[in-house]
Design a protein around this ligand. Structure first.
Ligand SMILES: [Zn+2]
Length: 148
C-alpha cells in the first residue's frame, strides 16, 4: 500500500496530461467543469482507501465535504443544476461507502465503474475516462485490482 501523497502525485500527473489533451482536442477553455473534473480526479485517486482507518480517511472526508460546499456555491453562481446534481452525487457516494459491508469492494473495478459512470451522463465520455483512470491508477499502484 503506497502513501496517499504518492497516489495523489502520480494520479495528478496522468490526469492533468489527459485534461490538457481533452482541452486540445475539444478546444474548451478552463471553466467550472474542468475544475470539477480536476477535483473529482483528485478525490477518486484516493477514494479506494476510504475504508482504511487512518490519516488518509480524514483527508478523503475533508475533500468530500469541501467539494460538496464548493459545488453548492458554484450552483448558486452559475444556476446550473449540474453542480447541484454533482453535490448530491457526492453525498450519495458518502452514504454508499458508509453502508458498505464488503470493505474490499472499494478496490474493485465494479465500484470504480459505478462511481465513474455518472460523469458520462453529466458530461461526456472523455470525462468518464479521465475520472475512471484516476480511480484505476490507485488500484494499479496498490497492485490489487479486483473485479468486484
Ligand atoms: Zn488503496
Amino acid at each position: 500500500m503506497s502513501g496517499y501523497k504518492f497516489h495523489l502525485i502520480f494520479t495528478q500527473v496522468i490526469s492533468i496530461s489527459l485534461i490538457f489533451y481533452l482541452i486540445s482536442i475539444q478546444k474548451i477553455l478552463f471553466n467550472y467543469n474542468l475544475i470539477t473534473l480536476f477535483s473529482f480526479s483528485l478525490l477518486y485517486s484516493l477514494i479506494s482507501d476510504i475504508d482504511i482507518k487512518s490519516h488518509i480517511q480524514k483527508v478523503i472526508f475533508i475533500m468530500l465535504f469541501a467539494m460538496f460546499f464548493i459545488l453548492i456555491i458554484v450552483f448558486y453562481i452559475t444556476n446550473s443544476f449540474l453542480y447541484l446534481f454533482l453535490s448530491l452525487f457526492l453525498i450519495l457516494i458518502f452514504i454508499t461507502i458508509k453502508l458498505l459491508k464488503h470493505r474490499k469492494f472499494t478496490h474493485s473495478l465494479i465500484f470504480g465503474i459505478i462511481i465513474s459512470i455518472p460523469f458520462y451522463f453529466f458530461f461526456d465520455f472523455f470525462y468518464f475516462i479521465i475520472i475512471f483512470i484516476s480511480f484505476l491508477i490507485h488500484l494499479i499502484i496498490d497492485n490489487k485490482i479486483r473485479i468486484y
